[in-house]
Design a protein around this ligand. Structure first.
Ligand SMILES: *[C@@H]1O[C@H](CO)[C@@H](O)[C@H](O)[C@H]1NC(C)=O
Ligand SMILES: *[C@@H]1O[C@H](CO)[C@@H](O)[C@H](O)[C@H]1NC(C)=O
Length: 150
């Protein structure tokens, strides 16, 4: 994994001209130029920690459309699918992203501080007040925003 801040900065300038085809292939590791929201999608027996791009995707989309959101971690009946922090995910075709946080405990306790792209910090995350930015998704499921990252 390359860790050069200089090359990451140069890559930002190339984002605007990156072809949509390359982005869809999911191996585009240039730094995303869009903000990212992290949220918790709760249902009866567990929840998912999800990421989405608020400039492209509404909360209703996140509720109803699996393709518009990226699931970073699923926690069913207390069993996490994978570590929350430092675990690679892809959003909007941008790969090699991961959460930087203080512990691998649940999202509310983990204090997500940033998002890294290729191991370099690319977005700073700010915790949002619980229950303030929430939506009912129907069928007993609900979504709330936990962190705004940009
Ligand atoms: C993604 O991988 C394919 C196949 O290895 C390659 O042809 C393509 O150039 C890659 N795209 C990016 C953006 O790296
Ligand atoms: C979270 O778990 C992963 C995998 O075990 C580990 O690489 C990473 O260092 C952990 N992060 C924190 C903040 O504890």
């Amino acid at each position: 994994m390359y860790k050069s801040g200089i090359f990451v900065a140069v890559a930002v300038a190339a984002v605007a001209s990156a072809s949509p085809l390359a982005a869809r292939q999911g191996n585009d590791t240039t730094v995303p130029a869009f903000p990212i929201t992290l949220g918790q999608l709760g249902y009866t027996h567990g929840h998912e920690i999800v990421a989405w791009a608020p400039t492209k995707t509404t909360m209703n989309d996140v509720c109803g459309n699996q393709a518009s959101r990226t699931v970073i971690q699923t926690l069913n009946s207390g069993f996490p699918s994978n570590p929350l922090c430092d675990f690679s995910f892809t959003l909007e075709g941008k790969s090699s992203m991961s959460l930087m946080c203080t512990s691998n405990s649940t999202a509310t306790e983990a204090q997500v501080t940033a998002i890294a792209t290729n191991g370099e910090k690319s977005h700073t995350c700010v915790g949002l007040p619980i229950n303030e930015l929430s939506a009912s998704c129907g069928a007993g499921s609900s979504l709330w925003q936990a962190y705004a990252c940009q």
